[in-house]
Design a protein. Sequence first.
Length: 393
Amino acid sequence: MKVYLDYAATTPVKKEVLEEMIPYFSEKFGNPSSIHSYGRESKKAIDVARDKVAKSLNAKSQEIYFTGGGSEADNWAIKGVAYALRNKGNHIITSKIEHHAVLHTCEYLEKEGFEVTYLDVDDNGLIDLQELKAAIKDNTILITIMYANNEIGTIQPIKEIAQIAKERSVLSHTDAVQAYGNIEMDVEELGVDLLSISAHKVYGPKGIGALYVKKAVKLHPLVHGGAQERRRRAGTENIPAIVGFGKAAEIAYEDLQQHNKHLMKLRDQLISELMVKIPYTKLNGHPTKRLPGNVNLSFEFIEGESLLLSLDMVGIAGSSGSACTSGSLDPSHVLMSIGLSHEIAHGSLRLTVGDFTTQEEIDYVIEKLPPIVDRLRQMSPLYEKVKGDTKNV
């Protein structure tokens, strides 16, 4: 059996999405900047897709800008505000558990003369709103906090964060790439000024994302060139991907409640049964304020890479954290930030379920994972010592 439990890394393109995209690769191929009928047809397709994405966020169509993905959307939001408001201030606030698209952008801006405050999180991965308030200065121009963490699934109080920012006349941005398609999103209710999303997390194509920019927010362009995206993001549009994103956005919010019910049932079974069957196991992330499909567990006395390889050998695909850092030997910055030691952080496993995950697959994982962990632990001298101490009690 082959079991894919890495939906947080990427999702397969749904059949309905692909079918809508296909004509725009060869039949409807016009450049939307052209004024002839071929161009107008492509331009209309972009407008329709933009309307669908906007509707999923309760945003205005003119507030949606298509990007090359979530990372570009994060980069544009943060750099765009920083450069546009440089005369007003140079201080940015974020958290220590952000995606590297945010953290590395902030680190880059520090080299450009900006000041960045990195907020701590508690052992569940939540920021402290009082610490956020205390961190705001007269020269603060942006607060950027992710909606839901990509590794541990913890959901932040974005509405409250945006309200704090508004009260101090500071702009707010949220990286909602992981949250989008799993949480009802109403940008008017949330009150954020900028919000990043990506298609490949919601059964759409890779290489296409979007940035919500509230009307009247000043944003410096990241990509210069032509007049595309209302002169704010140059480059000939990726029509098939944009069309696919529109369809994926439409599907994602058709029956969100049923989607989440399916994910939460399988997620909760994985968590409860694995924690019972495997001793010395810790659940990472908030127990209730977490994404519906996210399971992140730390197993003491083992090494995560060996666990992933062992799982792959029996057909189970999981991850040790963010797909964007899977090649790194360093422990997850997220797990370190919530207080895990290097050793325990290295023994962590992220399993994320999705729309195509079945009960049979979950049962298979629950059957295969415990003996794999036990086998790997038998090779650990630390585990042997713990077993010996237990026998002497």
